[in-house]
Write a protein that binds this ligand. Structure first.
Ligand code: F6P
Length: 530
């Protein structure tokens, strides 16, 4: 059973918390019934904590990003052993010392974690060279058309000696760990860094139950054409080593099936969500990811978060428009700032009474397109500040920081939350905000963010390219009647409660486990019509 089952059992405060409690109980019961003491071998590039050595002592902070937030919650109730890439010197050092097994300590929740530790060159090729510079930009369709991607000798080297090599290391590490246990293993492989791992695991352990979940967008075949056929094929065949291939939304499922038909000629059945490969039927499903609202609210009530929010304590005098996003071209931050500038110009009444606060963890700065994006948005932020500031009023605050408590504090206090991604698998900030907000704040969300599918009826939806529409939405949101604001927040919370992180995990395990390892059974799939 989970290491911390029953550790937190406060009475639910509202329907959202009641739904979360119920879904968590159902997941715990499922794990108890179906895992029978077996571990879940979870793999992702980033681990749950970032371990840093400071003055001879190890400090652990929560890893960045939505994947870590969501899976950290899941791992707190399910019997997970989490395998990640060592990203800091402390993690690499500990991997060497402990032979790959890091015991839980340093005041962090008990969780089994171990690391693979590629060389610097391997890691750079895998992470920056392929995952960030090729796959992320391509899957979010933000690659520069004349230069990205370019498969020169360096990119091929990054693929072969980086991406393929590190995926092999993950598979070898997971396989060796799982081989120590008698029962057929259950592997949960995460995201675009590890597309090759399912097939590599399948070659090692034919009876394993293997799921892969892609946290980011999966576009249709046209977006994948820039990749050389060898790489497209390796990615699709790698994923099809799994029993279950999961995505955030139904459109990603359809796109993946279309890619399998187009690039592999594989028989697919879009009605059943299946692909046939080497006599096996691989299920392809949508599992929209979410959060643990109870834990998030607990943290939002902590002294650390209250302290972190003191900077914005004048909320009655100045309304707050919040933006929380990594500095990533897919997050569309430059256009978001352009829209704010347009809003200040078209709404002089709001000058002096509103501010835009952006918490922007600088992201992937060793990679060119991400550096350029950050430079552009900092320049735009400065231009806005100089254009509009006056004594006693700062129109804009840009903080390049990763501080989870400050982010939660801002989410409790926003009047308007902007999620304006060009393309985003889900975007958990859009779910975290309404969960903890205390000012009946309005949510403006782009139609490119996956979360819009669940939250559209209670939010203001914008086209992320249309800065005029976003400026108008800001004006409307700030002027919304309190009754409308309260109704919208309640409706958002209801939508979030329909699928919390527990439901996400439960749905996948329920799909995977009863039939895991049943390859080769049953009907074939009809070939998908072109
Ligand atoms: O799913 C996308 C994701 O893995 C999220 O966890 C997060 O938003 C981001 O990508 C993490 O990126 P990185 O590990 O490169 O900072």
């Amino acid at each position: 059973m989970g290491q911390r089952q029953g550790a937190r059992r406060a009475a639910p405060r509202d329907a959202l918390e009641a739904a979360a409690h119920e879904q968590r109980r159902a997941l715990e019961a499922f794990c108890h019934r179906h895992l029978a003491g077996r571990r879940l071998w979870l793999a992702s590039n980033r681990g749950p904590y970032e371990l840093q050595e400071r003055d001879g002592a190890i400090e652990a902070t929560k890893g960045a990003g939505g994947l870590v937030t969501a899976l950290g919650a899941f791992a707190s109730v399910a019997p997970v052993h989490w395998v990640a890439a060592a990203m800091t010197r402390a993690e690499a050092q500990l991997t060497r010392e402990a032979g790959g097994a890091i015991p839980a300590r340093w005041g962090i929740p008990p969780l089994h974690v171990s690391y693979v530790s590629p060389s610097r060159e391997q890691y750079d090729g895998y992470y920056d060279g392929i995952a960030n510079a090729v796959l992320w930009l391509l899957q979010h369709q933000v690659a520069h058309p004349t230069t990205e991607p370019t498969f020169d000798a360096e990119t091929w080297q990054a693929w072969r000696a980086g991406y393929v090599a590190v995926n092999r290391q993950f598979a070898a590490h997971l396989g060796a760990l799982a081989a120590r246990e008698a029962a057929a293993p259950v592997f949960l492989v995460q995201d675009y860094h590890l597309y090759l791992v399912p097939q590599l695991l399948r070659e090692r352990q034919a009876q394993a139950a293997i799921a892969h979940f892609t946290h980011i967008d999966w576009p249709g075949p046209d977006a994948w054409r820039p990749l050389p056929a060898e790489i497209r094929r390796a990615i699709l065949e790698g994923l099809l080593g799994a029993d279950l291939v999961g995505f955030q939304g139904r459109r990603h499922v359809a796109n993946f099936l279309a890619c399998c038909a187009e690039f592999l000629g594989a028989p697919t059945d879009p009605g059943r969500g299946e692909v046939e490969v080497a006599g096996r039927r691989v299920r392809v499903r949508a599992f929209p990811i979410s959060i643990d609202p109870v834990a998030l609210r607990l943290r939002a009530r902590s002294a650390a978060v209250s302290r972190a929010g003191e900077a914005w304590a004048d909320a009655e005098r100045v309304r707050t428009i919040a933006v929380i996003a990594r500095t990533d071209p897919a997050k569309n931050l430059w256009r978001t700032l352009r829209a704010y500038d347009h809003f200040l110009a078209r709404c002089p009444d709001w000058q002096g009474r509103v501010r835009l606060v952006a918490l922007l963890p600088a992201s992937r700065q060793s990679c060119g397109p991400y550096r350029t994006h950050l430079e552009e948005l900092l320049a735009e932020g400065e231009a806005i500040r100089h254009r509009w500031r006056r004594p006693g009023w700062e129109p804009i605050e840009l903080h390049l920081e990763h501080d989870y408590d400050r982010a939660i504090a801002l989410l409790t206090q926003y009047d308007v939350l902007l999620v304006n991604s060009l393309s985003d698998g889900m975007n958990l900030v859009a779910k975290e905000g309404p969960t903890v907000n205390r000012r009946a704040g309005q949510l403006i969300i782009s139609e490119g963010a996956g979360a819009a599918e669940e939250l559209c009826h209670a939010s203001r939806i914008v086209n992320p390219y249309d800065v005029v529409a976003l400026a108008e939405a800001m004006e409307a949101a700030l002027g919304a009647h309190p009754t409308e604001r309260r109704w919208a927040l309640a409706a958002q919370r209801q939508a979030i409660g329909a699928h919390t992180i527990w439901a996400w995990a439960h749905a996948q395990l329920a799909e995977l486990l009863p039939r895991g390892g049943s390859r080769g059974e049953g009907r074939g799939c009809g070939r998908r019509e072109a």
